[in-house]
Design a protein around this ligand. Structure first.
Ligand code: AVI
Length: 327
């Protein structure tokens, strides 16, 4: 069947031009894809909170268990490198996990400054305002911007030893080659003896992983569909959100968990002047959540110029916070 052109598909000025360019170029690719970094508008943030509270999404609980039950070990591993140091957190969010480590370090009288980095200025002002109240005496300098720009800025404001936190299995939202490149880049921004503490979700029972990304309540489905709603609102598009379904696959061989939106019908969508056609059952590739073995983490660390000092695990051995030292 040939679809008729939608002549009403008009081009109207959009505020976020990069978002527009990324969406259009992604939807013109074969297979089509959208970038998961755009999931997080206001509603996306709320839905991600709901995912983290869902019974199937084990990742947050596992890492919280490490940060609350093995705080002393973590603090000891970090302090081994010497003081004073800067504790730099990439994508600090509300610091719900790291606050336990900060408290432990303060109780021990460690000489450090906390530098949370986040792309959201709202997050940074919140942390700058609230953390010194919960942890009196905490030295904090919030940095608002892109990770690597802010790492450069951190080096410009202090020459103290650096301990970089990259938690939450955020490394999993990159394909393996990009994750390697990301670790290489971090290594280039720090010096020998500096540390990286990275939270990584481990390969495990495939059913457990799949369930975490395909929860019974359908929150992950809403989380994915919300990006279409965001595109409708911000890019003047006309996605019929109900005509897409969410599908997730986990491949135990590669450790890749991938999310897709599937077009339930043949349809045409207008995204701000561009007509995009979908075949029935055509998919949009939305997100990767890569899982690793401990050996794979060690290899990635080694290739980037780090040595593994320790892997801290939750009780079930599902998740690790790996302590790596730059060589
Ligand atoms: C943010 N990130 C580590 C989450 C993950 O597990 O990949 C994002 C997410 N996507 C669906 N559920 C959670």
């Amino acid at each position: 069947m040939i679809l008729t052109q939608n002549h009403q598909c008009k081009n109207i000025a959009v505020e976020n031009k990069q978002f527009y360019r990324d969406v259009i170029s992604g939807l013109q690719l074969r297979p089509k894809q959208l970038q998961s970094k755009y999931f997080y508008d206001e509603n996306g943030d709320k839905l991600f909170q709901d995912i983290m509270n869902s019974p199937e999404y084990y990742l947050t609980d596992c890492e919280m268990e490490i940060f609350t039950r093995q705080t002393k070990q973590l603090a000891a591993a970090i302090r081994k490198g010497g003081e004073p140091f800067d504790l730099i957190e990439l994508g600090a969010g509300d610091a719900t996990k790291s606050i336990h480590l900060l408290k432990q370090l303060m109780d021990e009288g460690a000489d450090f400054t906390y530098l949370p980095i986040d792309i959201s200025d709202h997050v940074i002002s919140y942390l700058d305002a609230t953390l010194p109240v919960s942890l009196p005496g905490l030295k904090i300098t919030g940095l608002n911007g892109e990770y690597f720009d802010m790492l450069k800025k951190a080096s410009a404001i202090s020459n103290r030893r650096k301990v970089v936190l990259f938690l939450g299995s955020n490394i999993g939202n990159m394909p393996v080659s990009d994750a390697q490149e990301f670790c290489n880049e971090i290594r280039k921004h720090i010096s020998a003896g500096d540390m990286l503490v990275m939270g990584v979700d481990l390969k495990k029972d495939p059913k457990t992983i799949r369930a975490a990304y395909d929860d019974k309540e359908g929150i992950t489905k809403q989380f994915n569909l919300n990006l279409l709603t965001r595109i409708n609102r911000e890019l003047h598009a006309d996605f019929n959100v109900d005509s897409f379904d969410h599908y997730c696959s986990y491949d135990p061989e590669t450790g890749s968990c991938k999310s897709y939106l599937i077009s339930l019908t043949q349809q045409q969508v207008c995204v701000n002047g561009e007509n995009i056609s979908f075949e029935k059952d055509e998919y949009i590739y939305m997100e990767i959540s890569q899982k690793y073995t401990v050996n794979e983490i060690d290899q990635m660390a080694d290739a980037a110029g780090f040595k593994t000092l320790d892997h801290l695990y939750d009780d079930r051995g599902w998740f690790t916070d790996s302590v790596l030292i730059a060589e």
